[in-house]
Design a protein around this ligand. Structure first.
Ligand SMILES: Cc1ncc(COP(=O)(O)O)c(C=O)c1O
Length: 476
């Protein structure tokens, strides 16, 4: 079943591991859409059994693939033509269609969003022993990709407005804790050397530098002496962060920006598609729980042809032409034709899925009119989220476990969301800002079923169980 229920039941304080849950949900996907009509009455369904191997057939998961289009047809084409591996026409087609949908100049498909992040960091020049700024509220892959480069995340609190990196906090912290260095310093820089130079911290206030002087400047984190090599922005829940404001700050400090839009395909920022933004690398994931899946996979969107070519080369083992000469250490991060075939079929239904996800979110958001103490997910004016995941914020974290158990007792999955990166064992010692805002919300978040193939009737039934649960918990 790919779901170690015992582990979860024996460790109640651990959040449901995302990956394992999604494995479960994907394995359920070939079944026809689930109905609530066949729900067992709560008295016969012990919440524990919902998590066990004995999963009820009418279990409603959080987000499963919607394979309602040409997926089977295109997969059959792969088998019939024998193109099942990393070469084949669907890879090129997927790439072209991703460019069309996102308005990117170039797209390089990969085997996962995580590998796309790793390559993006390479693309913008992240090396060993450096720092990369990330928001605390993201999936662990954002931080892991930095470690794959031999560097460390510098973890920033998020803003209330969009749950992304907070531009004001970013600027203030960079002003206080970094130094723009004239020369490219050897790594690691001695802390004392850098500290001595803080006297020259007024560099930013000096007459403007010429462009070439500025581009040679390296941003140094004073305390560690490490170069601040990049910023990764994240579209939490498919919501674009404050991109323009952050790009302004990033320009001032000469730091390249990557957008981790893993779950955000179809989202827009100020009316622009993700590939139109002034960002060198934007990452998408097509993991099974995303709005569009390719089974597993990812891609990087590029503006610049040279950068796209370089990263495509790196993603295909840095192999020269067709021989066995590899001109640097590359990666086997290619997408397969099978994955791309599924991705192509999914993209044909993108508009439909976006509409359905928006509808689902709007239905859950209506609960706020009845339960005033519930908060809905952020939705800033300039953003068009893709409503990848839906749910709400409970007024009190102590209610969350009981609410989730209640939902599961009816065979409806509800889940907690990401645990912030500074709380994750591999990153507890990483540099990080104060985390007041993320700490105030992350334990209160509940994610509810939001597969794009849920019917309106199913959704109404889920909402009626949610309503009963909130009343039972005395949520006002
Ligand atoms: C924000 C974020 N970044 C990166 C990833 C990693 O993508 P993948 O699972 O395709 O490696 C995910 C996956 O959920 C994600 O949500």
């Amino acid at each position: 079943m790919g779901f170690n229920s015992n582990l979860i039941l024996e460790s109640p304080e651990l959040e449901t591991p995302e990956l394992e849950t999604f494995e479960l949900e994907i394995s359920e996907s070939p079944k026809p859409p689930l109905t609530l009509e066949t729900f067992k009455p709560p008295s016969t369904l012990d919440p524990a059994t919902v998590l066990s191997d004995n999963i009820p057939t009418d279990y409603i998961p959080i987000a499963t693939p919607n394979l309602c289009g040409n997926e089977a047809k295109y997969l059959m084409e792969c088998v019939q033509t024998n193109f099942v591996s990393t070469v084949g026409p669907f890879v090129k087609k997927f790439e072209q269609e991703l460019c069309a949908v996102t308005k990117a100049n170039y797209a390089v498909p990969t085997c996962s969003g995580t590998s796309a992040l790793h390559l993006s960091l390479k693309a913008v020049g992240v090396k060993e022993n450096e720092l990369v700024i990330i928001p605390s509220f993201t999936f662990i892959a954002t931080a892991n990709a930095i470690r794959y480069c031999g560097s460390d995340p510098w973890i920033f609190d998020i803003s209330e407005k969009d749950w992304g990196l907070d531009p004001e906090l970013l600027e203030k912290t960079l002003l206080e804790q970094t130094l723009l260095e004239q020369t490219v310093l050897k790594q690691p820089v001695l802390k004392q050397t850098v500290l001595k130079q803080t006297a020259d911290k007024t560099l930013l206030d000096k007459p403007p530098l010429t462009e070439s002087e500025f581009s040679q400047k390296t941003l140094i984190h004073i305390q560690s002496g490490k170069r601040v090599a990049a910023i990764i922005l994240v579209c939490t829940l498919g919501i674009p962060p404050s991109i323009n404001e952050i790009l302004d700050v990033a320009k001032k400090f000469n730091i390249p920006v990557i957008l981790d839009a893993a779950g955000a395909i179809g989202a827009k920022y100020h009316g622009k598609e993700l590939g139109e933004l002034d960002i060198p690398c934007t990452v998408l994931s097509f993991n099974g729980n995303k709005l569009i899946t390719s089974g597993g996979g990812g891609c990087i969107l590029f503006k610049d042809a040279d950068l796209a070519n370089r990263i495509r080369h790196l993603s295909t083992t840095a192999r020269r032409a067709t021989g066995y000469l590899h001109d640097e250490v590359g990666y086997n991060y290619r997408m397969t034709n099978i994955a791309a075939a599924v991705g192509c079929a999914q993209l044909e239904n993108l508009e439909l899925f976006l509409k359905q996800k928006k509808f689902i979110a709007s239905k859950y958001n209506q609960l706020q009119t009845k339960f005033k103490s519930l908060n809905i997910f952020p939705n800033a004016k300039e953003n068009t989220p893709n409503f990848w995941l839906s749910g709400f914020i409970l007024p009190n974290p102590n209610l969350v476990n009981e609410f989730i158990e209640f939902m599961r007792s009816f065979g409806i999955n509800a889940q907690k969301f990401w645990i912030p990166i500074h709380k994750q064992p591999p990153y507890v010692n990483s540099y990080c800002t104060k985390q007041d805002y993320v700490e105030s919300i992350y334990k209160n978040i509940v994610i509810l079923p939001c597969s794009s193939h849920l019917t309106e009737k199913q959704l109404d039934s889920i909402i009626s169980v949610v309503t009963d649960g909130l009343i039972k918990l005395n949520v006002k």
